[in-house]
Ligand binder design. Sequence first.
Ligand code: NAG
Ligand code: NAG
Ligand code: NAG
Ligand code: NAG
Ligand code: NAG
Ligand code: NAG
Ligand code: NAG
Ligand code: NAG
Length: 328
Amino acid sequence: MGNTFLNLVFLIIFHFSMSTFSMKLTNILTDRSALLALKDHVHDPENVLASNWSASIPVCNWFGVSCGSKHRRVTALDLTGLGLKGTLPPQLGNLSFLSLLNITNNNFYGRLPIQLSNLQRLKYLSFGNNSFSGEIPSWLGSLTELREVSLYYNNFKGVIPPSLGYLPKLEELVLYANQLSGSIPSSIFNISLLQVIFLSNNMLSGSIPAIPHDLFSLESIHFANNSLTGHIPEDIFDRLPNLKKLYLNVNMLSGRIPISLFKCKELKVLYLSRNQLEGSLPVEIGNLNMLQFFTIARNHLQGEIPKQIVNLTLLRIFDCAYNNFTGK
Ligand SMILES: *[C@@H]1O[C@H](CO)[C@@H](O)[C@H](O)[C@H]1NC(C)=O
Ligand SMILES: *[C@@H]1O[C@H](CO)[C@@H](O)[C@H](O)[C@H]1NC(C)=O
Ligand SMILES: *[C@@H]1O[C@H](CO)[C@@H](O)[C@H](O)[C@H]1NC(C)=O
Ligand SMILES: *[C@@H]1O[C@H](CO)[C@@H](O)[C@H](O)[C@H]1NC(C)=O
Ligand SMILES: *[C@@H]1O[C@H](CO)[C@@H](O)[C@H](O)[C@H]1NC(C)=O
Ligand SMILES: *[C@@H]1O[C@H](CO)[C@@H](O)[C@H](O)[C@H]1NC(C)=O
Ligand SMILES: *[C@@H]1O[C@H](CO)[C@@H](O)[C@H](O)[C@H]1NC(C)=O
Ligand SMILES: *[C@@H]1O[C@H](CO)[C@@H](O)[C@H](O)[C@H]1NC(C)=O
């Protein structure tokens, strides 16, 4: 009886260790074949992958590859600035432990393969300064660990998928310098941990969405150089107590500057130039005593420039050219 029991325990331990062993083996090989598929897909002008990603070196020692210290699976892939040219192979979606994928400053092109939606542990997706095209896929919204989505300087077209607003941990959304159109999805301002949002230099239209609840983390809003219209929502600044930088310049925004803006005491940069703003510059401007860069040039503002502006002792640039200001 005791013997049978011991045999059973032994069998279970043996079985368990064999299965974890074989699982590990398969997974390392899976990571390896995913990376080799990438190597096969790209032109590598500096021969970094050609010389370094070789069978004689363990995968975890390959250039740009980092592995978890315990499980020895690929957790990060950093291939920035290597001049790599090619498409992303679907096999990349097999790197199931990947938390960082940084291919900034290369020449990758084509669409993002849907298999990347399997990277459920991905926190940092940095694809800026490449030549990717097609739409920003809505499946990005299912990668719920994402902290950063960076797709600037590519050729993405179409709308910003509202699903990005369902990324509960997103801190940085960086989509500037693409050809994005349509309106800014209101879901974006639903992300509580959002710190910076860069949507400048696109073709976005429609109005600035309302903000449903306080966004304590949001410090930087870059919407410059789009085709945004309508009024700046009257109360959005009530919900942005820590806003430091606001870029709304080069759009078609109309109406008055909302008074709530002057509650953003942390503002350092305020760019409102090249819109169709009207009315006067409120005296409350004197409240923004952290302000360093302030442009309201090329609007339809009128009245006097409030004397409270002299209290902005940190102000380095104040551009109010091409308005209808009067007085002293
Ligand atoms: C591969 O790259 C790693 C990381 O830069 C480096 O330590 C290693 O020496 C390289 N190996 C070869 C064979 O080039
Ligand atoms: C990896 O991904 C490819 C394409 O998505 C798939 O065909 C393959 O079966 C996957 N698994 C392994 C172990 O490579
Ligand atoms: C990705 O690489 C770029 C360029 O080297 C760097 O500036 C950026 O901080 C990296 N992003 C992450 C999340 O590591
Ligand atoms: C884009 O990457 C290239 C190298 O591939 C670099 O020379 C260039 O300065 C980068 N541009 C930006 C805007 O980061
Ligand atoms: C914002 O989030 C709440 C709760 O998660 C949800 O009920 C609501 O529909 C979301 N609003 C938008 C505009 O996405
Ligand atoms: C606006 O964005 C377009 C497209 O990215 C760019 O070509 C243009 O130089 C930008 N204009 C300004 C004033 O920044
Ligand atoms: C300034 O006011 C005049 C007269 O009211 C008007 O004709 C002109 O278009 C205005 N200019 C700007 C830049 O708003
Ligand atoms: C500037 O600030 C000082 C101190 O807060 C205040 O006494 C003064 O009235 C302010 N001046 C203007 C023009 O707002």
